[in-house]
Design a protein. Structure first.
Length: 129
């Protein structure tokens, strides 16, 4: 659905350390710093970019904004969360675990990155477990 997501950061190297760790858990390569100083994570499915705002103002996190990563298992959600916390992220909302929404059963974990952006790792579970 999305071609790319850009996240603002005031410290690209600190953000790169964090995102390299959580993206590695999801089997994506390390981010690449381009000629403009942005850190880019590229895949056939799209691009995640970390950038200083082009208007020169400080980066701030979006209130009410969450970026969700699709994850293939609850164990991988837990590993993603642990990697994020170990590399400068902070837990937000409830601890990793099962949530329901109507007929949907999900295994989720939430983090804030070093710049305060809210992230979620989501595994869609079958009705049986």
């Amino acid at each position: 659905m999305f071609s790319h997501v850009m996240i603002g950061s005031n410290d690209i190297e600190k953000s790169k350390t964090f995102y390299d760790a959580i993206m590695a858990v999801l089997d994506y390569p390390e981010g690449v710093i381009d000629d403009s100083g942005r850190c880019l994570y590229m895949s056939p499915q799209g691009l995640l970019g970390i950038t200083k705002p082009i208007n020169g103002e400080p980066a701030t996190h979006g209130n009410g904004m969450t970026i969700g990563f699709s994850v293939s298992s609850p164990a991988l959600v837990d590993a993603w969360h642990a990697a994020g916390v170990a590399h400068g992220g902070t837990t937000c909302e409830d601890p990793p675990g099962i949530r329901t929404s109507g007929d949907m059963k999900l295994y989720l974990a939430y983090l804030r990155d070093p710049a305060g952006n809210k992230l979620c790792a989501t595994h869609f579970m079958s009705a049986e477990g």
